[in-house]
Design a protein around this ligand. Structure first.
Ligand SMILES: C[S@@+](CC[C@H](N)C(=O)[O-])C[C@H]1O[C@@H](n2cnc3c(N)ncnc32)[C@H](O)[C@@H]1O
Length: 451
């Protein structure tokens, strides 16, 4: 049995059974197995590809097996999904994919299950991949179901994306967005100002960020600036979000900045660098102690290192009223804007998560508003384009703060920071998109106060 397939199956099963995160589990598993670069790349493609396209493969499996996938033993279903990815997307030789799947099935199921896997996969191999697609699409009940099948997204996520795109007058870009979610992003790096330069990273030019670059393959730790903590892996949308706050206006030395939801510390590191260059002081807060530890380690490259508080951000208005000149609220959110880099996330989130998170986002926004000094700047950021977490949150927070929080035109700020024309619509906020900007779908709204 090939170790790449074994590792991929183990990770896929852990994601399903234990709510594990593939992007945390897989690198450790690969390191432990000491695979060659080629085998590690194969295991990664098998694992991420299978998790992403699970929705489509389940439809093929149901047709080939003649039964609904919830009637299939979950570990056996995982084996079938893994084989589907090889047969339908990677065009691995039929016999290799089927024989290896049967061997894997023996380790997780009964003899009859092994026969079942063999039978279902032989059925799949008898029909070309393009015809399976036609057959699956023929079963679609409506347009949302067709898109759900074709792009392997839950239908409720498709509806949320359609609404968010329509609100930006981009309704006709839905399929481009869904397709972009199924392509693994390139690795982008940020050079922390004052500690490293983009030139010394020796990488390809960034798509939009003035402090970023793109690493085309290879290990980020091979870049010396990354090894010494002066550069980090960071999505370019996140870079623009942090810079929108730090560069919206000139920094006055002595300004006090707060990153209210800082874990694991990516934006905090960029803000700390910007603060140090401008003579401001950053404090980072995070409610989960272990994540506050990650923030501390992200900030340990600075001397002096910014303070990190373990703090429930919803209380900051009471404990630190009118104290901070700039606040970043990178709110806990569904992460629907980062589906490219979190292959299993689309299947894990539920519509009710949006409602729970929206309430927390509002409480954090209201608290941040109270902690903001008169005339200060607040950046509300999510890596989700869901309107409930973006525009609706902004409108509700504006009301709930009795008008103290005043949205300011953010598109021109973000555009002025970016290195190329972002073609942003004339809206108050900024919504970035993977298919347009090559970034996660970050939402950015800057606010000031009315007093
Ligand atoms: C979207 S992440 C922030 C990502 C971070 N800014 C970065 O760039 O690395 C949101 C963070 O908010 C934290 N969080 C959730 N509820 C919080 C609360 N009530 N107060 C402070 N932090 C909270 C989560 O634990 C999570 O680490």
């Amino acid at each position: 049995m090939q170790p790449a397939r074994r590792i991929a199956l183990d990770v896929i099963m852990a994601v399903r059974a234990d709510d594990a995160y593939a992007n945390l589990l897989l690198p450790t598993a690969l390191q432990r197995a000491r695979l060659s670069d080629a085998d590690a790349a194969f295991a990664t493609e098998l694992c991420y590809g299978t998790l992403r396209l699970r929705g489509y493969y389940d439809r093929v499996i149901a047709l080939a097996a003649g039964r609904s996938t919830d009637k299939i033993d979950p570990p056996i279903l995982d084996v079938l999904r893994l084989a589907c990815h090889q047969l339908l997307s990677l065009r691995v030789a039929d016999h290799a994919a089927v024989d290896e799947a049967v061997s894997l099935a023996k380790t997780v199921g009964s003899n009859s299950a092994t026969g079942f896997v063999n039978g279902v996969l032989r059925t799949i191999t008898r029909t070309p991949a393009s015809e399976w697609l036609d057959r699956v699409l023929a079963t679609a009940t409506d347009e949302d179901d067709r898109l759900a099948a074709l792009y392997s997204h839950p239908a409720w996520v498709i509806r949320a994306f359609r609404q968010a795109l329509a609100a930006d007058d981009r309704a006709d870009e839905l399929e481009e967005l869904l397709a972009a979610d199924n392509v693994a992003p390139q690795v982008s790096l940020v050079a922390l100002p004052g500690l490293a330069t983009v030139e010394e990273l020796d990488v390809h030019p960034a798509a939009v960020s003035p402090v970023g670059g793109i690493l085309e393959g290879g290990d980020p730790l091979a870049v010396p600036a990354v090894r010494r903590g002066a550069a980090r892996v960071q999505d370019e949308g996140s870079q623009l979000a942090a810079l929108a706050l730090s560069r919206a206006r000139t920094v006055t030395p002595g300004e006090k900045w707060l990153d209210l939801c800082a874990g694991p510390g990516g934006k905090a590191a960029l803000l700390a660098a910007e603060a140090a260059v401008g003579g401001a002081t950053l404090t980072a807060a995070e409610v989960v102690p272990a994540r506050a530890g990650l923030v501390r380690s992200a900030l340990s490259v600075f001397d002096p290192a910014p303070e990190v508080w373990v703090l429930d951000g919803t209380t900051v208005g009471d404990t630190h009223p009118r104290e901070f000149d700039r606040i970043l609220l990178d709110a806990p959110c569904t992460g629907l804007g980062a589906l490219r880099r979190r292959p299993e996330a689309r299947w894990r989130k539920r519509p009710r998560d949006v409602a729970d998170l929206a309430e927390l986002q509002l409480r954090l926004l209201v608290a941040a508003a109270e902690a903001l000094a008169p005339g200060g700047l607040l950046a509300y950021v999510t890596c989700s384009p869901h309107l409930g977490e973006t525009r609706v949150a902004v409108q509700t927070a504006t009301r709930r703060t009795g008008g103290r929080l005043v949205p300011i035109e953010s598109a021109s700020v973000v555009q002025s920071v970016a290195v190329r024309d972002l073609d942003l619509p004339a809206t108050n906020h900024v919504q970035l998109w993977p298919h347009r900007h090559g970034t996660d779908a970050m939402f950015i709204q800057l606010f000031t106060t009315s007093d």
